[in-house]
Each structure stands twice: as structure tokens, then as C-alpha cells.
Design a protein. Structure first.
Length: 128
């Protein structure tokens, strides 16, 4: 099955050897996003809420570039350096997702690239 590489300047450029997303058929695999401002490639300033929202905004931009939206998310992986932010994550998710919610994993990690406190990746299932 052919693969389509998805890129957009509305989300941070890859900071390693990877693509922002890869589309295979009607499935889109979004690479991990940290709270980088796509214009400056710097971590957003502000509290954990600002970081979580920037990550969702980055994922949404890549989803749009692939021809979808966050509503097409079937799986979301969340990596947090402090699982104490789990309740805040749940609260903010309701601004970006509606029921039925995607499947999700939330994993506590020791560190993330560039000192970020949150990273997320996703899998989308697009309509035919």
C-alpha cells in the first residue's frame, strides 16, 4: 500500500529523523508532538495548561494537513513527566474531543525532548 508523507508548516518541523505524519490508506500515524511553537521552534511559555494546549494544537494542524481532524483520532498516546497533571489533561481534552473519545494511554516518563513536560502522538482513521 502506498505511503504519503504529511508535512505542514502549521506544526513544528521534525527535530529528528522522522516525518510529522505518515498516511497509509485511510490511517494516519502522527508523530509525537511536544509543546513547540511552530513559528519559533521554542517551547511555549506558561504553565502546564499552555503546554498541553500547544501539543493538541500541533496535533490538530498535522491532522488537518492529512485531510482530517482530531475528531478522527482513534488512539492517543500521552507522555507526561509528572502524572500529577493527569486530571488537567482530562479537563483540557474535553475542549478538543467529544464522545466517543479515542482510546488513550497516559504514561509517566522521566524526561522528554527539549525539557518538555508533555508529548503526544496519535493515530487517525479517515473516512473513505
Amino acid at each position: 500500500m502506498p505511503r504519503e508523507i504529511i508535512n505542514t508548516d502549521q506544526a513544528p518541523a521534525a527535530i529528528g529523523v522522522y516525518s510529522q505524519a505518515v498516511k497509509v490508506g485511510h490511517t494516519v500515524y502522527l508523530a509525537g508532538q511536544i509543546p513547540l511553537d511552530p513559528a519559533t521552534m521554542q517551547l511555549v511559555t506558561g504553565d502546564m495548561e499552555a503546554q498541553i494546549r500547544q501539543v493538541f494544537d500541533n496535533l490538530a494542524a498535522v491532522a488537518r494537513a492529512a485531510g482530517g481532524s482530531l475528531a478522527d483520532t482513534v488512539k492517543l498516546n500521552v507522555f507526561l513527566t509528572d502524572l500529577g497533571h493527569f486530571a488537567l489533561l482530562n479537563q483540557i481534552m474535553t475542549d478538543y474531543f467529544q464522545e466517543p473519545y479515542p482510546a488513550r494511554a497516559a504514561i509517566g516518563v522521566a524526561a522528554l525532548p527539549r525539557g518538555a513536560q508533555v508529548e503526544m502522538d496519535a493515530v487517525l482513521a479517515l473516512d473513505e
